[in-house]
Design a protein. Structure first.
Ligand SMILES: Cc1ncc(COP(=O)(O)O)c(C=O)c1O
Length: 468
């Protein structure tokens, strides 16, 4: 596992136009505009002036590419879209207002009322809310399966299934998906595999290399990287052939009312992505979750240092995980870079350059819900460097308690299926000096050991600690 030294550029870090490090700084932007800015400008304009009414008519009819109105397209957003598409190895991308919007529009473009999605049980809590609550309201059924159970993925597929969905590294337990196995199920089912690659980022994993068809990101997290700007992106990796079974995908293969005399495949099939055209011209256009030019600019700034940040995030997180594993107040550490992790083999296969910096650990549970909550609260209250914030992928180290925060809408059974216990603590390790992060956690946990020694359950806790 690479730590402080940058890994040599490998094939996973190549893009269409060259190395990953160059693409993250330059892709998608060509200088030569009237202003000649070296850095992509913030095009803070709602609308764009047409040279003539004929031009406006052609643009509205999607006969011609160009800017109409920033809800649908914006030049700063376009640079961000092109850059992420290049880093993921895709053929097109749609920038949207948040990761939540990216998941929603990516799936809405595939499944409508009466159709079905198979999703992993181990997902960010907001995505679970979207799939089990809002999608249910809209008549889109979702079956949740254990992401490690390939037979369960296979068994859940129905004739009405239109997508498989999972996170490549799950939030908060950091299970590493066996992407190849799930991609094989998607191929047999004839539906696209949609991967939320937020935690891995294209630097640590190009999901396309392992059979994904569509990638979504909460760009709010590592892509932006500084905790300043919400954003999301949907990328078509260009691997799924919607024309192989055209009856299944009428939204792409049959006459599209917004294109004169044709389908999206006919209009965008040769150059571009009919799927991304659908996401933009229908779902972003109609529902309105557009990425602002200012946020796209901020996200582009973040992207320029993605590889450098991911190297530091990853190395520091592994250092912190190793420390936690050695601390008696900690029952278990869910970090796929550790030999003890059930997902270590998947991490080696799918994330050879590191496993990102979002992971979790469990304190020894007392079995009493109130006492467990107080225990977690006690630890978190002692932290000074690591901040209590509902976010991940920030330059700052952040802590959260999934059971009472990000995943609080899930039932006890759902939490258990996602391996989240009342004493699970999520960390997102930032870019500070890792020694300061370890010292901070050490101070907080040593305090717990003192509390535990006064506690009636101390003996049992120590016995448990000994068994790990
Ligand atoms: C894996 C993952 N996907 C999607 C989202 C939603 O992203 P956003 O907060 O940008 O809407 C999150 C948010 O935490 C996340 O962790």
């Amino acid at each position: 596992m690479p730590e402080a030294t940058p890994p040599a550029a490998g094939p996973s870090r190549q893009t269409r136009s060259g190395s990953f490090a160059t693409a993250q700084v330059q892709a998608g932007y060509v200088t030569g505009l009237a202003e000649n800015t070296a850095v992509p400008s913030i095009h803070q304009s709602n609308g764009f002036e047409f040279s003539s009414l004929s031009e406006a008519r052609d643009l509205f009819a999607l006969r011609k590419d160009g800017n109409i109105y920033s809800r649908a397209a914006n030049p700063t957003v376009l640079v961000f879209e092109r850059r992420v598409a290049e880093l993921e190895g895709g053929i097109g991308a749609a920038g949207v207002a948040s990761g939540q919007a990216a998941v929603a529009v990516a799936l809405l473009a595939l499944a409508k009322q009466g159709e079905h999605i198979v999703a992993a049980r181990q997902l960010y809590g907001g995505t679970v809310d979207l799939l089990q609550d809002t999608f249910a309201d809209w008549g889109i059924e979702v079956t949740f399966v254990d992401q490690d159970d390939t037979a369960a993925w296979e068994a859940a597929v129905r004739p009405t299934t239109r997508a498989l969905f999972a996170e490549s590294i799950s939030n908060p337990i950091a299970q590493v998906l066996d992407l190849g196995a799930v991609a094989a199920v998607a191929r047999r089912a004839g539906v696209p595999l949609v991967i939320d690659n937020t935690v891995a980022t294209p630097y640590l994993q190009r999901a396309k290399d392992f059979g994904a068809d569509i990638v979504v990101h909460s760009a709010t997290k590592f892509l932006g990287g500084h905790g300043t700007s919400l954003g999301g992106v949907v990328v078509d990796l260009g691997t799924f052939d919607f024309t192989a079974d055209p009856g299944r995908w009428p939204q792409l293969t049959q006459t599209y009312p917004r294109v004169p005399d044709g389908s999206l495949v006919e209009r965008f099939g040769e150059a571009g992505s009919p799927y991304i055209a659908l996401v933009k011209t229908k779902y972003v256009h109609d529902l309105g979750p557009s990425l602002s030019a200012f946020n796209a600019f901020q996200l582009l700034q973040g992207l320029e240092t993605l590889d450098l940040r991911m190297q530091r995030h990853t190395a520091s997180a592994l250092t912190v995980a190793r420390f936690l594993e050695s601390h008696p107040a900690v029952a278990r550490v869910h970090h796929p870079g550790l030999d003890s992790s059930p997902w270590h083999a998947n991490a080696q296969a799918y994330l050879p350059d590191g496993t990102s910096s979002v992971f979790a650990f469990d304190l020894h549970a007392t079995g009493d819900a109130d006492a467990d909550f107080r225990l977690v609260e006690e630890v978190i209250s002692r932290l000074r460097v690591v901040r209590l914030v509902a976010n991940i992928g920030d330059a700052r180290s952040l802590v959260a308690h999934p059971a009472s925060m990000t995943h609080s809408h899930m039932s006890p059974a759902q939490l258990a299926e996602a391996y989240i216990t009342p004493t699970t603590v999520r960390l997102s390790i930032g870019l500070e000096d890792p020694r300061d992060i370890v010292d901070d956690l050490c101070r907080a946990l040593d305090g717990v050991s003192d509390v535990a020694s006064d506690d009636a359950g101390a003996e049992r806790q120590l016995a448990e600690a000994g068994s790990h």
